[in-house]
Ligand binder design. Structure first.
Ligand code: SF4
Ligand code: SF4
Ligand code: SF4
Length: 304
């Protein structure tokens, strides 16, 4: 889906107006409940064997390999194969090794699909959106590359393709393209240990609580994501005595972040229209550059 200049201008001016006038409500409020059709993923760190089958499946399912023509993407630490060490413009799902004293645990990181996503809240162009099933998706045709979403995300998830002439934001979209065809996320399908499973949000939350109740010596008595940041549709279990923070999952409290992000963002620009106008101008330059580069690349492809 593409956006014409008039629509883009309307959105940018709307953003400029909001930025200039500031928000009207800043008081704390209750987090929004999960929507009825919400789906999610449950990751159990006590079950994960660190095989990284989910990482490979994610790349294959999302075209993060094909565009390199089979060439390994992130040859870190001298590896001759694709060996990503963190989320990046080429990696939207990663398995890390966490340490706590003399213990270790694997941890899977990807977008949390927040119930109230800060990335979508701050995106003036609507490129980040919470859509069907509560999945937070990204539409490159609406993105002007401002990277507000990167700054706003409390989980440090969205990444930018710094090495591309036509950079986009990259993040897990819960394999939305597979969900609409009746499939499930590639990482959940590939996991041989069922350490990450897909399902309806409420059922996953009940499953997580049942595991804690039936094996209290195995698990920390908390489901990460049930309340953090207002709640997330990706839920985590960790081993007894192994803090979620040690897994790299931040202690962010229970308040939805969009309210805070909007307050800061709009407060900075309140009564100060110049940055918004500059933002709009830069947005047009960026979109025109990307279109020209893409058309140029397509033209070269057509003649080769
Ligand atoms: S984890 Fe970050 S990128 Fe994902 S939905 Fe939440 S705010 Fe957006
Ligand atoms: S849901 Fe899809 S995009 Fe997200 S981590 Fe799993 S395989 Fe990757
Ligand atoms: S495929 Fe499953 S067991 Fe293997 S690293 Fe990923 S989550 Fe862990």
């Amino acid at each position: 889906m593409s956006m014409d200049r008039r629509t883009a201008l309307k959105r940018l001016l709307a953003g400029a107006t909001v930025a200039a006038t500031g928000p009207t409500v800043t008081s704390a409020r209750e987090p929004a409940p999960p929507r009825e059709d919400a789906v999610g993923m449950l990751y159990d760190a006590t079950t994960c064997i660190g095989c990284k089958a989910c990482v490979t499946a994610c790349k294959n399912a999302n075209g993060d390999r094909a565009e390199w023509g089979g060439v390994p993407g992130e040859q870190n630490l001298g590896a001759l194969y694709d060996a990503p060490i963190d989320l990046s413009g080429r990696t939207r799902n990663i398995i890390k090794l966490a340490k706590e004293s003399d213990r270790t645990s694997f941890v899977k990181r990807q977008c949390m699909h927040c119930l109230e996503p800060a990335c979508a809240s701050v995106c003036m162009m609507g490129a980040m959106q919470k859509r069907r099933w509560g999945v937070v998706t990204y539409d490159v045709s609406h993105c002007i590359g401002c990277r507000y979403c990167q700054v706003a995300c409390q989980f440090n998830i969205p990444k930018f393709e710094w090495d591309s002439p036509t950079p986009t934001i990259v993040k897990c979209e819960m394999c939305y393209h597979r969900l609409v065809e009746g499939g499930i996320p590639a990482c959940c399908e590939a996991c041989p240990a069922e350490a990450v499973v897909f399902g309806r949000y409420e059922e996953l939350l009940n499953e997580a609580k049942n595991r804690i109740e039936s094996k209290p010596d195995r698990y920390e008595p908390h489901v990460y994501g049930e309340t953090e940041g207002g709640g997330t549709q990706v839920l985590y279990l960790t081993a007894k005595g192994f803090d979620f923070e040690k897994l790299g999952l931040p202690d962010i409290g229970d308040e939805p972040v969009p309210e805070l992000a909007e307050t800061i963002q709009h407060g900075v620009y309140r009564g100060f229209i110049a940055p918004a106008a500059l933002y709009a101008a830069l947005g047009f330059v960026f979109m025109r550059h990307r279109r020209n580069t893409t058309e140029s690349a397509e033209g070269e492809g057509a003649t080769s």
